[in-house]
Write a protein that binds this ligand. Structure first.
Ligand code: MG
Length: 244
């Protein structure tokens, strides 16, 4: 993928306006965290996935499954590589897309444990992970993540928090304890379509989630054990380094 110009791909243009359908099917509009032209420009620069990953991106769009956005996928690859992560914990498997993105970015011996409550998603992810050839490296643990976190052994280099947006805060203390010192906590969707940063944008049905997310961000930005940076790409990503 070398030359990618918007004018060569008129279909891409209309896709941007359909983004609201991805993730939260009931939303009719989506506030962009970045200005649209900046977001479009960054998207143009992204390498295009082929094969299974591309297929999963299409599946997610068609079936409104919330998967990580493309620019977040690239960020994850960089983080996994720079952290030299060998043990990763993911909260929220969905269809296994982000787990496979991370597995591909890891050294060959690396292992990922990923937690998913939905039986339907577990079945889909299992099939996808098998097709991707990652069954020996990605372990799905079905069930409620908060319960599972209690019995996991810990020592993770990187934890990717991408489960139910209203539940980040209750999982945080366990997640921090499972992260090794010098490890990285990556939290996705923390600006939640811009609603977290502006009271005017908050849809009534989303109020609880938004208020919980704000509490989460205030907590991780002030936490003594963490150094946190908020990145306004995708749906908002927080990077929290656990101090040594
Ligand atoms: Mg997400």
């Amino acid at each position: 993928m070398t030359e990618f110009k918007k004018e060569d791909h008129p279909i891409e243009e209309s896709k941007f306006h359909n983004k609201a359908a991805v993730g939260e099917a009931e939303d009719t509009s989506e506030e962009k965290i970045l200005q649209q032209h900046v977001k479009d420009y960054i998207e143009e620069l992204l390498p295009v996935h082929q094969g299974l990953l591309k297929e999963l991106e299409n599946y997610a769009e068609t079936h409104s499954v919330p998967i990580i956005q493309r620019e977040v996928a690239e960020l994850l690859k960089v983080l996994v590589k720079t952290a030299g992560a060998e043990k990763i914990l993911e909260i929220g498997t969905a269809i296994g897309y982000s787990a496979m993105i991370m597995a591909e970015a890891m050294e060959s011996g690396g292992k990922i444990v990923t937690l998913e409550r939905s039986e339907k998603m577990v079945a889909l992810a299992k099939k996808n992970i098998q097709r991707g050839g990652y069954s020996d490296r990605i372990q799905i643990i079905p069930g409620d993540a908060l319960e599972t976190l209690h019995f996991l052994p810990g020592g993770y280099d990187l934890i990717f928090m991408d489960g139910g947006k209203g539940h980040y805060r209750e999982m945080l203390d366990l997640a921090i304890s499972l992260l090794k010192p010098g490890g990285l906590l990556v939290s996705d969707n923390i600006l939640y379509k811009g609603m977290v940063s502006s009271e005017e944008l908050v849809k009534r049905r989303k109020r609880t989630i938004v208020h919980r997310m704000r509490a989460y961000l205030e907590y991780i930005t002030r936490h003594k054990e963490l150094t946190t940076s908020i990145i306004p790409i995708g749906d908002g990503v927080a990077l929290s380094y656990k101090k040594r």
